[in-house]
Design a protein around this ligand. Structure first.
Ligand SMILES: Nc1ncnc2c1ncn2[C@@H]1O[C@H](COP(=O)(O)OP(=O)(O)OP(=O)(O)O)[C@@H](O)[C@H]1O
Ligand SMILES: NCC(=O)N[C@@H]1O[C@H](COP(=O)([O-])[O-])[C@@H](O)[C@H]1O
Ligand SMILES: [Mg+2]
Length: 391
């Protein structure tokens, strides 16, 4: 099989943030040619790619222009906000879209992936409903009960998401969701609030010509719907790992194609509840930059190129903690990196984003230790040492 794979390949990355940057590094190490595309100049992955293009990825015309210009072998989406109907057209023209054009379309809309998982595949999810007006949201919220979680169907990283404690907070949640919805979508999903013991990401690697394989589960903690820290391995029972693997296999088989998927679950005392998934490396999976022999970006690359993955090794208790900006700035420096790196088994990645705004993720601290708790403490301590200053 491997003899038939000819390198280098020409890869077009749609979205060039921190996840893309690590993917480009992995791709470059095998000599591939990468065109990094995003909506702004000097995005992290552009800094390490062969060339860069700044376009609106929601514009079919812009996508057509870059694809015509470069004629890539593969198109690799890195974010959700892409005109996915256009990807379908590229796929029909013979360009491989990762994992498939249909999968990117399913997962950019919370309602589409939810209907696939729950209605078509019969997978357990939180109770949910949809609303396109405030009146509908008021009515569906009282059916679902309180507390519940309201999210725009088109958003990511917690944008527009809020936990609603009672009926008096519904209007505020509606306004917040609509104001932070991607594109012109006016649809929100309201979900039963799951009081989970832990939430996990199960990195699931779907291969062209080999069985689906899994990484050890990653535990994580979120605030404002956005990831703050993650750790591996997550302490959950073997039985629940097998249940989550079975669900991840079912959903990723339905989506098809090849690549890594970050499949998110809520784990309660008795249940494994499917939440959502990314058809690409996952932010919480950045912990694999320190915790595995092959990180999630190298795994994604191997899977999409059809290269073998003979063995994934988990290297012991590990954690990641985010480095967030607190202010708006177009000119950024960091201090404290030396102090953070002075600790054994700590690493820092700064993404090189050209501008900051409150809560924007600018870097990540990684740590390994004897126990998961120690690794988490170490990663958080390191992240706190790094200070972002405007220059
Ligand atoms: N029904 C729910 N019950 C409890 N917590 C929830 C629920 N839905 C979401 N959350 C919390 O909010 C976080 C973000 O939600 P979700 O993953 O749906 O949003 P997202 O915007 O797609 O995030 P990302 O793009 O970073 O994965 C979850 O990881 C979880 O911590
Ligand atoms: N949860 C999805 C996620 O983490 N995506 C990552 O964040 C970047 C956008 O960052 P920005 O908003 O700071 O530009 C994306 O390009 C991707 O790398
Ligand atoms: Mg999520």
């Amino acid at each position: 099989m491997s003899n038939s794979i000819k390198l280098p390949k020409k890869l077009m990355l749609l979205g060039s943030g921190e996840l893309g940057k690590e993917f480009v590094i992995a791709a470059q190490r095998l000599g591939n040619y990468v065109i990094a595309v995003d909506r702004y100049v000097n995005a992290p992955a552009m800094q390490v790619a062969d060339c860069a293009e700044v376009i609106s990825m929601l514009s079919a015309d812009d996508l057509e222009a870059v694809v015509t210009k470069y004629q890539p072998d593969l198109i690799i989406p890195e974010i959700e906000a892409i005109r996915t109907e256009k990807l379908l057209e590229f796929e029909q023209r013979g360009i491989t879209v990762i994992p498939t054009a249909a999968a990117t379309n399913y997962t950019m809309n919370r309602d589409r992936i939810r209907e696939l998982a729950h209605k078509e595949l019969g997978i357990r999810t939180a109770k949910y409903g949809y609303a396109v007006t405030l009146e509908e949201l008021i009515s569906i919220s009282s059916e679902i009960g309180f507390p519940n979680v309201v999210k725009p169907v088109m958003s990511s990283s917690g944008k527009g998401q809020s936990v609603v404690a009672n009926q008096y907070e519904v209007e505020k949640a509606w306004n917040y969701a609509i104001a932070n919805s991607r594109g012109d979508s006016q649809k929100v999903i309201v979900e039963e609030f799951i009081n989970f013991e832990i939430e996990i990401t199960l990195l699931t690697i779907k291969q062209w010509n080999a069985p689906t394989i899994f990484c050890s589960p990653i535990g994580h903690r979120q605030e404002r719907g956005d990831y703050q820290e993650s750790w591996q391995p997550a302490d959950i029972s073997e039985d629940k790992i097998l249940q989550s693997q079975a669900i991840a296999k079912k959903v990723t088989d339905a989506l098809g194609g090849a690549g890594i998927f970050g499949v998110e679950f809520f784990i309660t005392k008795d249940e494994v509840i499917f939440s959502e998934l990314s058809p690409r490396p996952h932010d919480t999976g950045m912990v694999t930059l320190i915790s595995q022999n092959l990180n999630e970006f190298e795994l994604h690359l191997r899977a999409v190129l059809g290269l073998p993955i003979p063995h994934i090794e988990q290297l012991g208790p590990s954690a990641s903690a985010v480095i967030l900006a607190s202010e708006k700035s177009d000119s950024i420096s960091f201090i404290g990196v030396a102090e953070a790196l002075a600790e054994k088994d700590v690493d820092i990645k700064l993404f090189g984003k050209p501008s900051a705004h409150p809560y924007r993720r600018m870097g990540v601290a990684l740590a390994k230790a004897e126990t998961v708790q120690q690794a988490r403490d170490k990663a958080i301590t390191a992240a706190n040492k790094v200070l972002i200053i405007s220059t």
